[in-house]
Design a protein around this ligand. Sequence first.
Ligand SMILES: NC(=O)c1ccc[n+]([C@@H]2O[C@H](COP(=O)([O-])OP(=O)(O)OC[C@H]3O[C@@H](n4cnc5c(N)ncnc54)[C@H](OP(=O)(O)O)[C@@H]3O)[C@@H](O)[C@H]2O)c1
Length: 312
Amino acid sequence: MNKDSKITVFGGTGMLGSAIVRQFNKKGFENVNAPSRKEGFDLLSKEKVDSYIDVYKPDYVFLVAGLVGGIQANNKRQADFLYQNSMMILNVLEAIKNYSPKTKILYTGSTCIYPKENPQPINENRFMTGPLEDTNKGYAVAKGMGIVACQLYRMQYGINAISAMPTNLYGIKDNYDLESSHFIAAMIVKFVNAKKNGTPLQFWGSGKPRREALYADDCADACIYLIQNYDSPEIVNIGTGYDHSIKEYIDIAERVFNYDGEISWDASKPDGTFEKRTDIAKLKSIMPEYNPRGFEEGLKTVLKEDFNFDVS
Ligand SMILES: NC(=O)c1ccc[n+]([C@@H]2O[C@H](COP(=O)([O-])OP(=O)(O)OC[C@H]3O[C@@H](n4cnc5c(N)ncnc54)[C@H](OP(=O)(O)O)[C@@H]3O)[C@@H](O)[C@H]2O)c1
């Protein structure tokens, strides 16, 4: 990859995509393109994807677009999550095959592709070894299909497609809509509302389940490293290597927000899987310097950038 390589980030307006664009801009890359729906580009339109790849013929493509959401959105719109996430990767692979077969593509799946029950930490070999979580089956099946599609286009057509599996992400430009957000974004919004408006703070379940949370810019660094240094059909986890309980995330947020009000727990709401931690040994073997930041540091940056909230 050179400073003038033609790089396309599909999903460049999203949390991970904008972090990838930000990292490239910081490093002085001159030819980074992020076509967006606002400008009329749509990954669900085969014609638009064909025409873009045919005209632009990128050297590198990051497919980090997707229909993405938390448990509620995933559960309510399973068919939409299945259809849209499937069509995006198929349209892009087919266009690359037909119009620009030398393009290298990095596709992001998700750790939701793993079965609902796993030995911890979750190793890449767990893919397709057991039943999926029911609440996000549409998303998980589409993401798993995307991985297999990358492997099959590589096998049959020699397309240089690699797949990475990010764990739960948070960061600048996260989705803060409480109806469709992930846990960390929802927690941040609740704390911001509690601090600004005195809204009572309530969280679901027992607070005991353990989860990872990876800062999007650290995930972006890993994606950029992988597209330059990894060339294999086998998937690679992008996790943190450590986790916290939900309660521990809330304790950190309490400290960062300097919040001294009440916090209640709605024990009638489900906890979900007790533990879900990814094995990052493979990523570390490819990228030894990978060392994602701790949650407190990432949280402070998000509060400053997205909420203009001074927590120093
Ligand atoms: N967030 C997580 O915790 C997480 C965890 C594991 C894996 N991932 C994966 O990582 C990737 C990035 O996630 P994210 O959280 O950054 O997502 P995000 O913030 O919701 O961004 C999604 C991006 O996809 C674009 N997009 C959606 N539908 C599109 C369409 N039909 N045509 C063109 N662009 C479209 C959006 O563009 P608009 O601006 O036009 O909406 C946006 O740029 C996704 O593949 C996701 O599945 C995310």
